[in-house]
Write a protein of this length. Structure first.
Length: 141
């Protein structure tokens, strides 16, 4: 695996973890803590002052579904191995990080790579060779 591929994979991993951290916030409920956890965010008001926006407590009873979406990087073709069943790329870093933080997640998608790793969810929607236009054209809501 060349240096450019490694750097691109790490950049994607950091970007995705950052985005998920901003979206998900801290884990809402952990198995050993049945009490709800309130989340708060600072927001910038129209007069450029900062205020706190409180949200109601919430529970996360079911895993959050995440669809890793993209091209060969998402499929894991840049993992440095020839066997597609071992391709994981950034998805394994993302999976391990979310699970280590006690976030219940479920990767979804019609593709699977990385199924040889015990405990790893191999589902994704990564298509080697696809352009962003091809990916966008196949997204349905």
């Amino acid at each position: 695996m060349n240096t450019t591929t490694i750097v691109r994979t790490r950049i994607w991993s950091v970007a995705l973890l950052t985005i998920l951290g901003l979206i998900l916030g801290p884990p809402s409920v952990q198995a050993h803590d049945p009490e709800p956890v309130a989340t708060h965010a600072l927001v910038k008001a129209g007069d450029d002052s900062w205020g706190q926006l409180a949200s109601a407590p919430y529970f996360c009873d079911t895993p959050v579904k995440i669809m890793p979406l993209g091209d060969s990087i998402t499929a894991g073709a840049s993992s440095g191995v020839d066997d597609p069943e071992a391709w994981v790329g950034y998805r394994q870093y993302l999976w391990n990080s979310l699970n280590a933080a006690d976030y219940p997640v479920d990767f979804v998608g019609g593709q699977t790579n990385g199924q040889i790793y015990a405990g790893f969810d191999p589902n994704h929607e990564g298509h080697p060779g696809w352009t962003k236009g091809q990916i966008a054209a196949n997204i349905t809501t």
